[in-house]
Ligand binder design. Structure first.
Ligand code: IPD
Ligand code: CA
Ligand code: CA
Length: 263
């Protein structure tokens, strides 16, 4: 299954790389003017789905573009065929393909492929995390003040602006710096390999995070909700860190929502 996930991610990634700048048609989805979907997102998902179906016709599938295909198998493939669509649509070369497999709701494997840098991140439960075949681990940064943090915002950010901006304001002054790459999958992969020390985001989907959280955990990091409680990929709140700064980040998030505003 790992080999197939890698193969599918690389084929879809090559398709994305070859077609950047070639978008013919952009649609809006989910009732948000900023939530884009292109024929490239859909085609990339078809490349992946076709490959999975060839080998595992009876596995469940959850893809961002084609939704849930339920066959009632304990195996579920969770796919974001293009994570970083807004970057892609603007020609910014920061995007990735993300593929994960769950078995009975437990993550088994995760693959994230960045075709512009030819970086392949892979993780299997209990077997560690790798970048292009070389084992990776989270950073050893020990304080929030020395930490390079990353975050993202959902397409409907306008609906709950305060919920998303409170942590941003706090971490902006309490951390070393904040980045906003525009790809949650790469945000997590970069925490796993120690480029970033911590990532938080208020509202993610399972396909944004499934592969990435396994990478972080297998690389020795920690993944919880904003309260520091264990969570699942079906819960939108995300905090993933090198583990060392985790409690410090939870404390900041707690102070943001002390008045119980969307904690
Ligand atoms: C988005 C990206 C972005 C994150 C958004 C996601 P998409 O996914 O991961 O970084 O902030 O919440 O929806 O739409 O590019 O696949
Ligand atoms: Ca995504
Ligand atoms: Ca996507």
């Amino acid at each position: 299954m790992v080999e197939l996930a890698i193969d599918a991610a690389q084929e879809a990634g090559a398709y994305l790389r070859d077609n950047i700048g070639n978008i013919q048609h952009i649609e809006r989805k989910g009732g948000e003017a900023t939530n884009l979907v292109t024929e490239i997102d859909k085609q990339s998902e078809q490349i992946i789905l076709r490959k999975i179906r060839q080998h595992y016709p009876d596995h469940d599938f959850l893809g961002e573009e084609s939704g849930a295909h339920k066959i009632s198998s304990p195996y579920r493939w969770i796919v974001d065929p293009l994570d970083g669509t807004v970057n892609y649509a603007h020609g910014v070369p920061i995007f990735a393909v993300s593929i994960a497999v769950e078995y009975n709701n437990e993550l088994l494997l995760g693959v994230i492929y960045d075709p512009m840098r030819d970086e392949l991140f892979t993780a299997e439960r209990g077997k560690g995390a790798f970048l292009n075949g070389v084992r990776i681990s989270v950073s050893r940064t020990s304080t929030l003040l020395e930490s390079l943090l990353v975050t993202g915002f959902p397409y409907d950010v306008r609906k709950e602006l305060d919920y998303h901006l409170r942590p941003f304001n706090e971490f902006l002054v309490k951390g070393q710096a904040i980045r906003r790459l525009g790809s949650a999958a790469l945000d997590l992969a970069y925490v796993a390999c120690g480029r970033f020390d911590g990532f938080w985001e208020g509202k993610l989907n399972p396909w944004d995070m499934a592969a990435g959280v396994l990478l972080v955990v297998e690389a020795g990091g920690r993944w919880t909700d904003y309260n520091g409680n264990s969570t699942t990929i079906y819960t939108p709140q995300m905090l993933a860190t090198n583990g060392i700064i985790h409690d410090e980040m939870v404390n900041v998030l707690r102070t943001c929502f002390e008045d119980n505003h969307r904690s």
